[in-house]
Design a protein around this ligand. Structure first.
Ligand code: IYR
Length: 222
């Protein structure tokens, strides 16, 4: 039998003056516009508590039926990072050797290849897993809804939070990522969605000379 809904007053939202809304909207967009995906990391450690707060931000994401079907594994141990690098490079060597020409052409402006040194160098990797289904206390399966969408939203919020906290990230998706279940000891019902590389940029970090689409190409007003 379905549970009765329970409600409490909305106390966490506060009204803002129109001018404050405009300023905050602009400043937030400007700040996110300064985010760049980085592929050259320094080994500088991340100050205590920052990753935890950014994960707390990510875990506020809305999700289908409020099931929160995500799990984050933070990897800081150099030996484990190295094992992840070796497994990822194995997948990437295969990818770069066999990917369709069209895909490789699409990637050419990014200058990527199968060498993933940043998996050793960056101080933290955050593996994001999607719980495809849950398990009830009696062991039966609990259906999860909109899992990819929910985890996608949480990953976006995580990337924004890390940027806001002064870190840089690389949205790394070695494919397939099944090796992460094994190395990070996550159950088969969890699907690895992302290996987020997190830290500080190398002193001489460079980024591709690419620009974002103008807003009028990505937004229609009716
Ligand atoms: N996973 C590979 C290839 C790659 C694919 C896409 I789509 C990118 O946007 C970037 C890279 C790699 O990490 O090199």
């Amino acid at each position: 039998m379905a549970a009765e809904p329970r409600f409490v007053p909305l106390t966490t939202w506060h009204p803002l003056e129109p001018e404050a809304m405009q300023l905050r909207g602009r400043e937030f967009a400007d700040e996110l516009a300064r985010r760049r995906t980085v592929r050259q990391f320094s080994d500088r450690p991340i100050p205590d508590g920052v990753l935890e707060d950014c994960l707390r931000a990510a875990a506020t994401a809305p999700s289908g039926a409020h099931i929160q079907p995500w799990h984050f594994v933070v990897v800081r141990d150099p030996a484990l990072k190295h094992r992840i690098r070796e497994a990822a490079e194995r997948e990437e060597r295969e990818f770069y050797a066999t990917a369709p020409a069209e895909w490789l052409e699409a990637l050419a402006p990014l200058g990527t290849d199968e060498v993933k040194e940043y998996l050793d160098v960056a101080p933290a990797l955050i593996a994001v897993f999607a719980e495809r289904y849950g398990v009830r206390p009696d062991g039966s399966r609990l259906t999860h809804y909109y899992v990819q969408e929910s985890v996608g939203i949480a990953m976006g919020m995580l990337i924004a939070a890390l940027h806001h906290a002064g870190l840089v990230t690389l949205t790394h998706t070695p494919s397939p990522m099944g090796f992460l279940n094994e190395l990070l000891e996550r159950p088969a019902r969890e699907k690895a969605m992302l290996l987020l590389v997190v830290g500080f940029p190398a002193a001489d970090a460079r980024v591709p000379d690419i620009v974002r689409k103008p807003l009028n190409e990505v937004v229609t007003w009716r």
